[in-house]
Ligand binder design. Structure first.
Ligand code: SF4
Ligand code: SF3
Length: 531
């Protein structure tokens, strides 16, 4: 195996003997093979067109390969066979790239091939770098698209782009063309995030400023983690009046701010922190846990029987809730288990303020601009992105603490857990941590920045906004490409730069966009907070 798609990759080079995330070599290789066949499918559709079944299959397959989503070798073996069947159902003439017509005889042939088609199969490191950058961006796009589709929001332009993008990685393109594909991926990423934003806000209302309880109550609970709002909706409907409370975990925290979910009294708050704390937090929660998407940490035996997976999530031996043909999921096994469970053990108490997404920010735009002109707000610091388990992420807590009182943090994604419980206060009622939601809601921040630039008639880089972004998995890759496609420059990225970005590709990113790696708080503060 060779996997370097996430920020925690071994030695900041690549995981070769199993993943730091817990992904086994066999699973990593099967994921590579699945991507290989998806490229073959995509190539064939450039001749014969696609359909909803093919597009859905590609989207869900890409989603299942993002970091910490699916660790199940049987899932991926079955998925590869299904991919081959679908591919071969697409009429195709001529001799194309191997991915378009390679055919195995049995599972052994699949396992053999899976070892050959990984990222290192592309020898030139710059070509490899640009192909993988695009592939990871497309994985992020697939994740966002899948959530939008779950709510009935679709756009053929996006699925066509995903297929064409995958096919482009089979072609011998110039570096310029590959860079162009990546920037186009960013633009389509903006479109995909806008679609998801529309899906979420049209279905559940615009998030409202909300104070969320982080303590516990005395009834048994169900904990829901991941990013899927539709799953939460179904869970809340089915648990109503059942004597069970529902708590959000990790990236589900922002759901507490949607009007449609606030209507459920038994959605009682958020339990715990970001994804990598789950070994302790799932243990002490005592009740069943529903994992709707990434990030799953391979569970400990002491609580694995309480974990239920759904959607793209997979792990051998865990219980799974499948949707029926109408998309309905029956969560009664969780409810039954919860009724026999102890209430959650308290981890902390207090409240955190969330729900400052684009609608709230738009309503306060005039006030914010006035506060900027009056010098009450010196600058906005975008600290959105992902959380991670390595100690050096303490940097983000230290950076947030060191920011002067007249700087507002704009955040989205689980990166916020490094500072969202600090007593950072507010500036005339505007919380100093403006939490726009999940990583899926980064669109809120981009849309707000564009609206402010428009109102002030300045370029997006002339706004009093600096970017100190933390990344981990492939949705963050798409968000980064999206920001670049919007022309945002001077982004500070950390804690490490992606291992899949080769020195020459980094050079392009530095020259064109002035991307830089974070260093230490003092030095970065001087750069990001100009006098
Ligand atoms: Fe390693 Fe990250 Fe790949 Fe897991 S997802 S195998 S940690 S690079
Ligand atoms: Fe987090 Fe996994 Fe990326 Fe959604 S839950 S931001 S890492």
């Amino acid at each position: 195996m060779y996997c370097y798609q996430c920020e925690e990759t071994a030695g900041n080079k690549g995981c070769t003997k199993g993943g730091v995330c817990g992904k086994k070599a066999e699973v990593a290789e099967l994921q590579d093979l699945l991507i290989f066949v998806l490229k073959g499918i995509s190539h064939r559709t450039t001749q014969s067109g696609s359909n909803e079944v093919i597009d859905d299959f590609i989207v869900e397959s890409l989603f299942s390969t993002i970091t910490n989503a699916n660790f199940d070798d049987e899932y991926f073996t079955a998925r590869v066979w299904e991919a081959l069947r679908l591919r071969d159902s697409i009429p195709y003439e001529g001799k194309g790239p191997e991915a378009a017509d390679w055919t195995p005889e049995d599972d052994d042939a699949i396992i053999e091939k899976a070892k050959e088609v990984g990222v290192m199969a592309t020898e030139n490191e710059d070509v490899r770098s640009l192909r993988e950058l695009l592939t990871y961006g497309l994985k992020g796009m697939a994740a966002y698209y899948s959530h939008a589709k779950a709510l009935g929001y679709v756009d053929e332009e996006i699925t066509t782009f995903i297929r064409e993008g995958l096919d482009s990685t089979l072609q011998d393109l110039t570096v310029d063309r590959m860079v162009e594909w990546n920037l186009r991926c960013g633009s389509m990423g903006v479109k995909t995030m806008a679609l998801l934003d529309d899906a979420n806000t049209s279905t559940y209302g615009h998030p409202e400023v909300t104070s969320v309880d982080i303590g516990v109550r005395n009834r048994p609970g169900i904990l829901i983690s991941g990013h899927d709002l539709k799953d939460l909706e179904m869970l809340l409907q089915q648990t109503k009046d059942k004597g069970v409370d529902v708590y959000t975990h990790g990236e589900m925290l922002p759901c507490n701010a949607y009007p449609a979910f606030k209507g459920y009294d038994h959605l009682v708050g958020n339990y715990g922190g970001s994804w990598w704390h789950q070994k302790e937090e799932f243990e002490s929660f005592n009740g069943p846990v529903l994992l709707t998407t990434n990030c799953l940490v391979p569970p400990k035996d002491t609580y694995s029987d309480r974990i239920f997976m759904t959607g793209a999530v997979g792990f051998p031996g865990l219980k799974r809730i499948e949707a029926d043909d109408n998309g309905h999921k029956d969560f009664s096994p969780l409810i039954d288990m919860a009724l026999g469970s102890q209430p959650p053990q308290a981890l902390e108490d207090g409240k955190i303020t969330i729900g400052l997404a684009r609608n709230v920010l738009a309503a306060n735009a005039e006030k914010l601009l006035e506060m900027v002109s009056a010098g009450k707000i010196r600058r906005f610091m975008v600290m959105a992105g992902c959380e991670g388990r390595f100690k050096d992420r303490q940097y983000y807590t230290d950076f947030a603490k060191a920011l002067p009182d007249d700087v507002i943090i704009l955040t989205a994604g689980c990166a916020k857990y490094r500072y969202n419980k600090l007593p950072l206060g507010d500036i005339e009622g505007i919380p100093r941590v403006v939490d726009a939601g999940q990583c899926n809601d980064c669109y809120s921040l981009a849309a707000t920045a564009l609206a402010l630039a428009d109102a002030l008639k300045v370029g997006v880089n002339d706004l009093p906004i600096s970017y100190n972004i933390a990344w981990y998995e492939q949705k963050a890759v798409l968000v980064l490409l999206a920001l670049l496609s919007l022309g945002v420059k001077d982004i500070t990225l950390g804690p490490r730069l992606p291992a899949f970005v080769s020195p020459a590709v980094l050079d392009v990113l530095v020259k064109e966009f002035n991307i830089r790696k974070n260093t230490d708080v003092e030095q970065d503060m001087a750069i990001l907070l100009p006098e």
